[in-house]
Design a protein around this ligand. Structure first.
Ligand SMILES: Nc1nc2c(c(=O)[nH]1)N[C@H]1C(S)=C(S)[C@@H](COP(=O)(O)O)O[C@H]1N2
Ligand SMILES: [Mo]
Length: 330
């Protein structure tokens, strides 16, 4: 099943059940493989509940992704129920309560949408969302997302490696960093009235981090277009870093020679650094980062999970930080 650009982004179609079914079947299959032959029956049985609760309601445009060949792109962990992933959000442009983005991001207008490419590239310019959707084959990646606040989710994203876009705009030799800029329109984003952060929301990556195949430009989740509250129509997902590095609703990407400012670093530099790699051994000044609460499995008796080095992606990304003092470069 391929993404069909001529269907556009906003039009649900009658066959919307198909891509979801395909993705669920593949996920169950992966789980069965992970459990081994003896666990297959149990996996299929337990999977039925999970299947019903993790699935998207089918209201947004289908956006299936092919299987990714990128190492580490698909965790075997059970995806967080769609309901949780789409109602427990951080998107301060719409308010600081977890429920604010789902409630208020309905005013976000995601079409038309363009992304400007500026700075140290041979081919600067403006990409329309429709051309970005067609830029590279869509892949599904099931990533852990670890928020710096101490909770996590498992989300099946749909998109392509950011490197696909970077290659096409041909960075110059001076391009050492990339900055991502989120939309900041007061008429659509009530949270901009608050000064919790400096707007627009800006984030950044070092060029080698941006080029890493795990760094995803996401357009969808759970086999469908992104809900507004999750950063429609396109957002970044950097799975080995704390969630705030994954900018939502991006309108500009700048290629820079110097390390850019980031909104969180500007707001509280002693607590949030440029790198912000998930690291259970480097605590936040106000709380431990050793464990995490998995959203959707909270209960009185639910044990917290140990947080993994680089959020479990150490074998893929550890080399990027060889020789760096991760306490200093937090
Ligand atoms: N523009 C923008 N992007 C953002 C944020 C934000 O407030 N504004 N919050 C970040 C934080 S703190 C997290 S944990 C993730 C949450 O993504 P999700 O709501 O899709 O789970 O988005 C990140 N991207
Ligand atoms: Mo976060």
């Amino acid at each position: 099943m391929h993404y069909q650009p001529d269907r556009g982004f906003q039009h649900p179609v009658a066959s919307d059940i198909t891509p979801r079914a395909v993705y669920e079947a593949r996920r169950d299959c992966l789980r069965a493989v992970a459990l081994g032959a003896a666990g297959t029956a149990l996996g299929a049985w337990a999977g039925r509940d999970a299947l019903a609760s993790t699935a998207a309601p089918g209201k947004l445009a289908p956006l299936p992704g092919g299987r990714s060949s990128v190492s580490g792109a698909t965790t075997m962990e059970k995806p967080t129920p769609y309901k949780d992933a789409s109602t427990y959000n951080n998107f301060y442009e719409f308010g600081t309560d977890k429920s604010d983005p789902a409630r208020y991001a309905t005013t976000l207008k995601t079409k038309p949408w363009t992304v400007a490419i500026e700075g140290e590239v041979r081919k600067p310019g403006t990409f329309d969302i429709d051309s970005l959707l067609k830029l590279a084959p869509m892949e599904e990646r099931i990533y852990r997302l670890r928020c710096v606040e101490g909770w996590s989710m498992v989300i099946p994203w749909v998109g392509w490696s950011l490197s696909e876009l970077i290659k096409r705009v041909e960075p110059t030799g001076n391009a050492k960093f990339i900055q991502f800029v989120t939309l900041a329109d007061t008429s659509q984003m009530p949270g901009l009235r608050s000064s919790v952060l400096e707007w627009p929301y800006v984030e950044g990556l070092r060029m080698d981090e941006a080029m890493h195949p795990l760094t995803l430009m996401a357009f969808g989740m759970y086999g469908e277009a992104l809900p507004n509250q999750n950063g429609a129509p396109l957002r970044l997902v950097v799975p080995w870093k704390y969630g705030f590095k994954s900018s939502k609703s991006i309108v500009k990407i700048r290629f820079l020679e110097k390390q850019p400012r980031t909104s969180w670093e500007v707001a509280i530099p002693s607590e949030y650094g440029f790198y912000s790699n998930v690291n259970p051994k480097v605590d936040h000044p106000r709380w431990s980062q050793a464990t995490e609460r998995r959203i959707g499995e909270d209960g009185l008796l639910t044990k917290k999970r140990p947080t993994l080095m680089f959020n479990g992606y150490e074998s893929q990304v550890g080399q990027l930080y060889a020789g760096m003092d991760l306490r200093k470069f937090y």
